[in-house]
Design a protein around this ligand. Structure first.
Ligand SMILES: [Ca+2]
Ligand SMILES: [Ca+2]
Ligand SMILES: [Ca+2]
Length: 133
């Protein structure tokens, strides 16, 4: 019998589109719940938010349940900035990992910046739980 656990992800995202006078700000949050089967990588969340006509932040979280019942989370956050919110100019990228032991909740903060041109930034808070089904 293979192991199954329930993962929940609760994410908040604060984004700032830097401007000379008044910065433009945006906020979003999302909650997701997924049943994980041992050994198989599963998409836990994708979240995208655009702000101020120029900035877009994308977050992807994947989760895998190990045989010791730890949940391993791999995440990628990307900040795009250009002449529209659909810009494909990637100006900042963060990869990160989390280990969430059985019956625990782990929180991780990701700060992403416009590394190429400065100014714009986003703060992301990610809480993942590893629960019984
Ligand atoms: Ca701007
Ligand atoms: Ca703007
Ligand atoms: Ca740019």
């Amino acid at each position: 019998m293979s192991i199954q656990r329930k993962a929940t992800a609760s994410v908040t995202m604060n984004i700032t589109d830097d401007e000379i006078f008044n910065d433009e700000r945006g906020y979003t949050e999302q909650f997701q719940e997924r049943v994980l089967d041992e050994g198989r990588s599963t998409s836990l969340m994708t979240l995208e938010k655009a702000v101020g006509g120029e900035v877009r932040v994308e977050l992807k979280l994947n989760a895998r349940l190990e045989s010791n019942e730890n949940i391993i989370v791999d995440g990628i956050a990307e900040l795009y900035e250009g002449v529209s919110e659909n810009s494909t100019d990637l100006d900042g990228r963060r990869e990160f990992g989390m280990v969430v032991p059985k019956d625990e909740i782990i929180t991780h903060n990701v700060n992403i910046r416009n590394d190429d041109e400065g100014g714009d930034h986003a703060e992301i808070t990610i809480a993942i739980s590893n629960m019984e089904i």
